[in-house]
Design a protein around this ligand. Structure first.
Ligand SMILES: [Zn+2]
Length: 135
């Protein structure tokens, strides 16, 4: 285990980093922002098609918020500008996704969620009743 300690601790500091509140906020932002790619990849592999789950946008929003806060703390114009406006598409995508989910209808045969413009259920192939209530 001594090799692990030597690997992780430099000059008496974890990873050689001078840890304080804002450093934690910045690293939390890095972890959140980077993790979104793994969440998106996992969702895509699971569905066998390209999928961007809501969690991707929430991780984007929280990660970039932490990084923006860290940028303000550092008074770093590059960091601030990089994350100052990114929340706009993240929130917009969450809103559009929420509205799309509200418009889904349940298939009467298999209860799969079907899009509002679909004429047939993509799961069981049953013709959808256009008068169905939203799911
Ligand atoms: Zn169905």
């Amino acid at each position: 285990m001594d090799w692990l300690t030597q690997l992780l601790v430099h000059d008496g500091k974890f990873l050689g980093i001078e840890w304080h509140f804002w450093k934690f906020v910045g690293w939390a932002g890095n972890v959140l922002f980077t993790s979104r790619f793994f969440v998106q990849w996992w969702a895509t592999e699971r569905h066998k098609r390209v999928v961007i789950p809501d969690a991707f946008w929430w991780l984007s929003l929280s990660g970039s918020g932490c990084l923006l806060a860290y940028g303000f703390y550092q008074r770093d114009s590059v960091f601030i500008f990089a994350y100052l406006f990114t929340w706009i598409p993240y929130i917009r995508n969450l809103m559009i996704g929420h509205r799309a989910n509200q418009a889904l209808r349940d298939c009467a045969n298999c209860q799969s969620a079907c899009g509002p413009a679909m004429k047939f259920c993509p799961e069981c192939g049953v013709k959808l009743n256009l008068e169905m209530k939203p799911a």
